[in-house]
Design a protein around this ligand. Structure first.
Ligand code: IPM
Ligand code: MN
Length: 352
């Protein structure tokens, strides 16, 4: 297996090291081999060279089986530049049309939701990752004048809707929730009467192929209430890019914060290259102190293995994380874990 590693900025390299330690342990246990290629993309390289993704990088990355991303974001680089130049560019260039965000409350992790525990908070958000308002379509008219007009267009295609919805139905079927298989489409059909009409009709059509899955629907505003009030209701959620961006951060908070939230940018097509990341930022103020929480980064590695045919290792990593959060760590916050970054990585390896 060929894995590209982009440790990135700030604490990215520290959490990536822990994820790579767990990868090594998993490979020894399961008996698979892998080859790592490191890339120095991120803020420092950009400041030195003005380049975010050099020529040929995308073609090289396409040849990989997976990409592992630490974190990007640099205090001396204006916000948006690296995100757009690296993260969004790769999502589009590699057609990673699925953004997979498990919302799992691990044992021992504190949630801000009163009276909810790990048995209540365990669902998956599947966010469309290549359309909607993220396409960069729009423009200005009379910029800088009092009559200025700006447009930002949301794009939905039949193909784009269909492939994410089909992926979500397949995922729900495979997840096989013992409480019942339920897919909830989250949209805004009452207001987005063109784009989300196409989305809704596509959903109805695809649902016919999955009679074993309950095809449920929430408006986005209602979903925001229910994520907080009744998270146990959800099994799998499928949504559009912009709404998905917002509700996955809500999901990250109810699962205990950015220190534990991991995600995948997945191209599930044969030969597609997917990219896995922890959701926390580069946390510059903690850089080099060995205090940042690597659990999210390790969980992202678990997702990478799951996606590349090593489901058993993926599951074992999740189980090991649960032991470490449930019986060892005092907190998920940087500096208050009761262990250093490297010690948490060691604990996961020991419990694998
Ligand atoms: C995410 C991030 C990105 C997004 C940003 C960094 C461009 O917030 O992965 O959720 O909006 O998709
Ligand atoms: Mn986001």
């Amino acid at each position: 297996m060929k894995i590209a590693v982009i440790p990135g900025d700030g604490t990215g390299p520290e959490v990536t090291n822990e994820a790579l330690k767990v990868l090594k342990a998993a490979s020894e246990q399961e008996g698979f081999e892998y080859e790592l290629t490191h890339y120095d993309f991120g803020g420092d390289r950009y400041l030195k060279t003005g380049e975010i993704l050099p020529d040929g990088a995308v073609d090289e990355l396409k040849e990989m089986d997976a990409i592992y991303l630490g974190a990007i974001g640099h205090p001396d680089v204006q916000p948006g530049i690296l995100e757009k130049g690296l993260l969004l560019s790769l999502r589009f260039a590699l057609d990673q049309y699925v953004n997979l965000r498990p919302v799992t409350l691990y044992p021992g992790v504190e949630t801000p939701l009163a009276n909810k525990g790990p048995e209540d908070i365990d669902f998956v958000v599947i966010r469309e990752n290549t359309e909607d308002m993220y396409c960069g379509i729009g423009g200005f008219l009379k910029k800088g004048t009092p009559d200025e007009v700006a447009s930002q267009t949301a794009i939905y295609t039949r193909k784009g809707c269909e492939r994410i919805i089909r992926y979500a139905f397949e995922y729900t079927r495979k997840r096989n929730n013992p409480k019942g298989k339920r897919l909830t489409l989250v949209g805004k059909t009452n207001v987005l009467t063109y784009g989300h009409d196409l989305l809704w009709r596509t959903y109805q059509d695809v649902a016919k192929d999955y009679p074993d899955v309950e095809a449920d629907y929430n408006h986005i505003d209602a979903a925001c209430m229910w994520f907080v009030k009744n998270p146990e209701y959800y099994d799998v959620v499928v949504t559009t890019n912009m709404f998905g961006d917002i509700i996955t951060d809500l999901g990250a908070m109810i699962q205990g914060g950015m220190g534990v939230a991991a995600g995948g940018n997945i191209n599930p097509d044969p030969g597609g290259t997917s990219m896995f990341e922890c959701m926390g930022g580069s946390a510059p103020k903690y850089t080099g102190q060995n205090v940042i929480n690597p659990i999210a980064a390790i969980a992202a590695m678990g997702m990478l293995l799951d996606q590349t045919g090593h489901e058993e290792s993926g599951t074992k990593i999740t189980e090991a994380i649960k032991v470490v959060t449930g019986t060892k760590m005092e907190s998920m916050s940087a500096g208050r874990m009761g262990y250093s970054t490297t010690e948490v990585g060691d604990l996961v390896c020991e419990n694998l």
